[in-house]
Design a binder for this molecule. Structure first.
Ligand SMILES: Nc1ncnc2c1ncn2[C@@H]1O[C@H](COP(=O)(O)OP(=O)(O)OP(=O)(O)O)[C@@H](O)[C@H]1O
Ligand SMILES: [Mg+2]
Length: 453
């Protein structure tokens, strides 16, 4: 089975529209060998980052797999497959694809679930491509970026009040496994105001994809969302691309003047996909098994979110980051903390106590908060954190009754305010708490009349 280039490109993208592609003659190559995940081909010329089709058409079941050029050496080209390699044999044809790396975009993507190459996963048929855009978005001059100046209501009381998020901010949700990252991300997805939501489910459980769509987004939410899903069992290149693709989609809508909310679960799996690829093509590992290219890719991806130039749209991005074994020194968590504009750390201890969302307000920070809230709000938030910290420090003494009231005025106040503070920090899954009410309740926590509340 041989497809001509035009019908192949159409099929590849799952789009209904005819695509015009150049018709220069193709120079095919042959597959020489495969080592680990890497394919070696010779006889063709293809640029780094371009795509090829590996075709085995001399069997009863012709197979074709898309692969990307990752490197070259001595006339050989190294490729990484996007899909499964079952059925590919030595000597298979390697055909470079024309106009590679361009992705279909359009309003018809809203409400759809796509894979890392733009193919529909939801079986709802073709989409209309309004534009074909390169994978790398247009670079924005950092001096022209509109500064973060407006607060964004995320519907979570403790975040709105104590870690206020700004429109165009890039925030990480850090925690070990099973502490509640995905659930908190889901709550923020439902409550945050945005014109368009782009969700990247990268390298996590396949089961969660459907759950996220049905239970978190729901029918109404999906209408203004695009979901890009590449679960853990996808090829590493597919996961990597899915992360870049959802970022690209967010950029596309931002450049149309929309306020976009980009959610990625998880940034760690993106880094791990890059690690798998880099190690497979021979890059040496450097920090805790991660090759240097991983740390180069992270800021490249994250820097693409943020505000556009003045008057343009924005991308507010939330990334989940797994801090392995609850280790805050994990190299990916560390690198992510450095490039993001804030981090919300979830604590296993709080989760175990049934305190949800398990946000550790002492360890969390929103770097843009001073720019987006009033001085009075900032003061109250700092006071709240101080008292909360004070209580945590004396927690053991207080719980065994060894603390003598009157010893320290702040500790006395912290003890008096503790029930109100816990009440402030906890929130039910269904409750949406607005920015105004979060800030009013923050003030009320210090008001003795509200202490019994
Ligand atoms: N706000 C909440 N209220 C009640 N239960 C919660 C809440 N958040 C999390 N949980 C409980 O914790 C479990 C794990 O949460 P979640 O799947 O969000 O963790 P995660 O950090 O994304 O884990 P992983 O790293 O494995 O993906 C949930 O299945 C739920 O039982
Ligand atoms: Mg999760």
């Amino acid at each position: 089975m041989r497809l001509d280039r035009v019908s192949f490109a159409k099929r590849l993208a799952g789009y209904s529209e005819a695509v015009t592609l150049p018709t220069q003659p193709l120079v095919e190559g042959r597959l020489l060998r495969m080592v680990g995940l890497t394919l070696e081909a010779e006889g063709l010329r293809a640029a780094l980052g371009s795509r090829c089709l590996v075709i085995n058409d001399d069997s009863y079941h012709p197979v074709q797999v898309e692969a990307e050029v990752m490197g070259f050496s001595n006339g050989k080209i190294f490729l990484m497959p996007v899909g499964s390699l079952a059925g590919i044999a030595p000597g298979a044809r390697v055909v470079p694809l024309p106009d590679t790396g361009r992705l279909p975009m359009g309003m018809s993507m809203l409400g759809r679930v796509l894979d890392g190459t733009g193919r529909a996963l939801d079986g709802k048929g073709g989409m209309k491509a309004e534009d074909w855009v390169p994978m790398d978005g247009p670079a924005i001059n950092p001096l022209n970026r509109h500064p973060i100046s407006e607060p964004l209501d995320v519907g979570i009381r403790s975040i709105n009040g104590l870690l206020t998020v700004g429109r165009g901010q890039r925030l990480g949700l850090f925690a070990g496994t099973g502490v509640g990252k995905s659930v908190l991300l889901g709550m923020m997805t439902r409550f945050t105001e945005a014109d368009i939501i782009v969700v990247g489910l990268i390298g996590e459980r396949g089961r969660e994809v459907k759950e996220f769509i049905d239970e978190i987004l729901g029918h109404e939410g999906l209408k203004r969302s695009v979901v890009v899903a590449s679960p853990a069992d996808d090829a590493p290149l597919m996961r990597l691309r899915a992360a870049m693709y959802c970022t690209r989609i967010a950029e596309y809508f931002r450049d149309k003047g929309k306020n976009v909310l980009l959610l990625m679960d998880s940034l760690t799996r993106f880094a791990q996909a890059q690690r798998e690829i880099a190690l497979a093509i021979g890059e040496p590992p450097a920090t805790k098994g991660y090759p240097p290219s991983v740390f180069a890719r992270l800021p490249k991806l994250v820097e693409r979110a943020g505000n556009a130039e003045k008057g343009g749209g924005s991308i507010t991005a939330f990334y989940t980051v797994l801090s392995e074994g609850d280790d805050q020194q994990d190299p990916i968590a560390d690198a992510a903390r450095g490039v993001l504009d804030g981090h919300i750390v979830l604590s296993r201890r709080l989760a175990e106590e049934g305190h949800y969302p398990a946000i550790d307000i002492e360890a969390s920070i929103s770097r843009v908060m001073p720019q987006v809230v009033s001085a009075e709000h900032m003061r109250l938030a700092q006071r709240f954190k101080q008292l909360w910290s004070r209580y945590q420090q004396s927690r053991d003494l207080i719980s065994v009754g060894a603390y003598v009231p009157g010893g320290d005025a702040d500790t006395d106040l912290a003890i008096a305010r503790q029930p109100a503070m816990v009440k402030y920090l906890r929130q039910n899954l269904q409750d949406n708490e607005s920015l105004e009410s979060s800030s009013a309740q923050l003030a009320a926590t210090f008001n003795p009349a509200a202490a019994g509340a």
